[in-house]
Design a protein around this ligand. Structure first.
Ligand SMILES: [Zn+2]
Length: 273
């Protein structure tokens, strides 16, 4: 429900959705007041961070009582540079070995070699920013308050970068002091509940889908360990975490639609191959 109409019309939409047992999510854009009315009017989800900081306990209470989930998508932070730029500026995305297994290299080039306006198809300002320009750690303080206050946060990487993006988003959400445990709750059970699948997904329990990630190191020690993925189990099938070749119950290599190298060069990035 993308900021449709006026408030009364948005109330009609959420009422109709309730009658149809649907759980529409929405966003307030850069309008804090619209975010508040979405929560008051009963929208189950609000995407993007609230555009201001700091945010106090009154908002946490409202979200908790209305059971509204906020997925802050800090990779595209409101109120400052997109958080994804921080990761492009501080990590070697271009040579990430695993990213290069799954993402066509021209696509990586377009995002990671040069970061000008609209870098890699991103709608926001892209480039290098002085550390203190970044706002995602301040929004991360709200994440901490929400999770400590028993309100619900979700993890959404806004499609900015497949694979690594979700991890970056978790790390950005943790940058305001939330515990790794709380961020992992947001990434699992709270996210499942947010979309109405808390009975089927989000925790390891009898009767739920066997969707599990096996890590080589403990993310409770350091949230950065979430990328140390040895195995992925999806609905009871086990896959190698580096290649996604199935290892159990059958052993078979991942079928690829086409070799990544066949993808055309992204000339928009100023690169010919
Ligand atoms: Zn390259």
């Amino acid at each position: 429900m993308y900021m449709s109409g006026n408030r009364q019309q948005r109330q009609w939409i959420i009422q109709a959705a309730k009658e149809l047992e649907l759980m529409p999510t929405t966003e307030g854009g850069l309008d804090f007041k619209i975010d508040m009315t979405h929560a008051i009017d009963g929208y189950p989800g609000i995407e993007h961070n609230l555009p201001i900081a700091p945010i106090y306990s009154d908002v946490v209470e409202l979200f908790k009582e209305s059971e509204t989930t906020n997925s802050p998508t800090l990779l595209v932070s409101y109120g400052g540079p997109f958080g994804e730029n921080w990761f492009y500026a501080t990590e070697n995305v271009h040579d990430d070995p695993k990213l290069n297994v799954f993402v066509p290299h021209g696509n990586i080039d377009a995002r990671a070699r040069r970061r000008g306006p609209g870098g890699g198809g991103s709608p926001g300002q892209a480039g290098w920013f002085l550390e203190e320009e970044h706002v995602f750690p301040r929004h991360g303080e709200f994440v901490k308050k929400m999770l400590e206050g028993d309100a619900r946060m979700g993890v959404g990487s806004h499609g900015q970068l497949q694979g690594l993006g979700y991890h970056w988003e978790m790390w950005a959400m943790g940058s305001g002091g939330a515990t790794s445990y709380d961020i992992l709750r947001a990434a699992t059970i709270l996210g499942a509940e947010a979309i109405g699948f808390g009975e089927q997904l989000g925790s390891i329990e009898e009767g739920k889908f066997a969707d599990i990630v096996v890590l080589d190191s403990n993310p409770l020690d350091d949230l950065r360990n979430t990328v140390e993925i040895r195995y992925v189990m999806k609905d009871g099938r086990l896959y190698d975490g580096t290649t996604l070749d199935e290892v159990y119950p059958e052993q078979r290599p991942l079928e690829r639609a086409r070799p990544a190298e066949e993808d055309p060069a992204n000339t928009a990035a100023g690169i010919r191959r």
